[in-house]
Design a protein around this ligand. Sequence first.
Ligand code: DX5
Ligand code: ZN
Length: 216
Amino acid sequence: MPIVAPSLLASDFLHLADEAKMLNESEADWYHLDVMDGRFVPNISFGLPVIEQLRVATTKPFDVHLMIEEPEKFTEAFKKAGADHIIVHYEACRNLHRNIQQIKSLDMKAGVAVNPHTPVELLESVLCELDQVIIMSVNPGFGGQHFIPQTFQKIRQLRKMIRERGLHVLIEIDGGVTTENAPAIIHEGADVLIAGSTVFKSADPKATIRTLKNIK
Ligand code: DX5
Ligand code: ZN
């Protein structure tokens, strides 16, 4: 069964407590939280105070996707706010290995995200240090975009790299995931489906989460 991580970027911010309650009651495994700084990506989302408050109202692990520059300045603060996993961007880190060590030293799962233009082969030297990798299937910054089909090839490549090294690294797919393309995403070897619009803009979000969860 895939791990399902709804992205709160697509939720109703005026009713976050209700959205959190819905996710608590649903079959979702993690909450995916998208933090944007308006520098690494051309958009600003939400940050520490929102995550801190959500933590009180929620029961599942927080998968915090930092689309920010110099993430090392904020790692500890996100831990304090309630992050369980921190994912930094390959393209935003000058000292990626150090950033990964910092996240792990704070007792969180460490992940790296790669943009659509970044080959997964560039993760070779750090793969054995990672708990998870996000393959971006859209350009980061916005919800509701279309899935980039070249992602399938990247999933296959990364799956092969992980298998050849005998590692246990989860592959997450982020952007444009729908109930239509999710079976192919899982078939190629992904472990985690991140879904924003597909879950929160659907008529019955809990049922949509169940559909994603039951993909074989
Ligand atoms: C995009 C974010 C995604 C986004 C996905 O920069 O990283 O997590 O919320 O949204 P959908 O599922 O609507 O493409
Ligand atoms: Zn994300």
